[in-house]
Design a protein around this ligand. Structure first.
Ligand code: SAH
Length: 229
């Protein structure tokens, strides 16, 4: 582990964090490394200041640009199912607030993360500095194209819903690699899928219903472009 975050100073937040950890255990999160990472990463630093007191509620919160940080249970579930090892390189598509990135970074060697909203990425990068996580490499761009320069990846996590498994990302998996991605076009009918690369084929497993913002190809129009149209 590389981070040296301080515990939240506000006593109320410590209580709320402990309650959340108990709730995650009750909900079936059993991996103590994952629970340890959730305990260590200060979620209150990854949400807008006005939501700080809700940082340890088990709910998704808005982070700007029409996006949300996932609820802690979903972050814990995806992290557990990704089976992240300390020596592994992880590719994450959809940095958003950077919270999921930080949880992964506490568990693996290096996280490569891509975000298509420049403002969100800037803010996330600032947070990684603040909590002293130095094993995260950020890229502004369209994650549907992957990040071929660092492929193959042992683990790939997509935190936005795709209509189908993005083949570029599955192809970027090394042998034995795992890709987790929410699949489904309809907001109410998305399934979290785990794809494992075996020697000669991909094995697919349905991990259950989830609700994510959509994975959008391409980059958002800049404000300048928008004002011209
Ligand atoms: N893991 C994030 C969740 C953010 S929501 C967190 O913990 O906060 C999903 C994010 O995926 C959004 O920030 C959205 O802008 C981003 N996203 C959607 N399509 C993308 C794409 N093609 N490339 C990169 N990021 C994308």
């Amino acid at each position: 582990m590389t981070a040296g975050q301080a515990a939240p100073t506000e006593p109320g937040l410590i209580q709320k964090k402990l309650r959340l950890l108990m709730e995650l255990r009750r909900a079936g999160i059993a991996d103590t490394r994952v629970l340890g990472a959730i305990e260590k990463i200060p979620r209150e630093k990854f949400v807008p200041a006005s939501f700080e007191d809700q940082a340890y509620e088990n709910m998704a919160l808005p982070i700007g640009n029409g996006q949300t940080v996932s609820q802690p249970y979903v972050v814990a579930l995806m992290t557990e199912k990704l089976e992240v090892g300390t020596r592994q390189h992880v590719l994450e598509i959809g940095t958003g607030s950077g919270y999921q990135t930080a949880v992964l970074a506490a568990l693996c060697r290096r996280v490569f993360t891509i975000e298509r909203h420049r403002e969100l990425l800037r803010e996330a990068e600032r947070r990684f500095q603040e909590v002293r996580l130095h094993n995260i490499v950020c890229r502004f761009g369209d994650g549907t194209k992957g990040w071929p320069e660092h492929a193959p990846y042992e683990r790939v996590l997509v935190t936005a819903a795709a209509p189908e498994v993005p083949s570029t990302l599955a192809d970027g998996l090394g042998p034995g690699g795992i890709l987790i991605v929410p699949i489904g076009e309809d907001h109410r009918d998305q399934h979290l899928m785990r794809i494992r690369r075996l020697v000669d084929r991909f094995e697919t497993e349905d991990l259950g219903l989830v609700r994510f913002v959509p994975l959008v190809a391409g980059l958002p129009k800049s404000r300048l472009d928008q004002s011209l149209t």
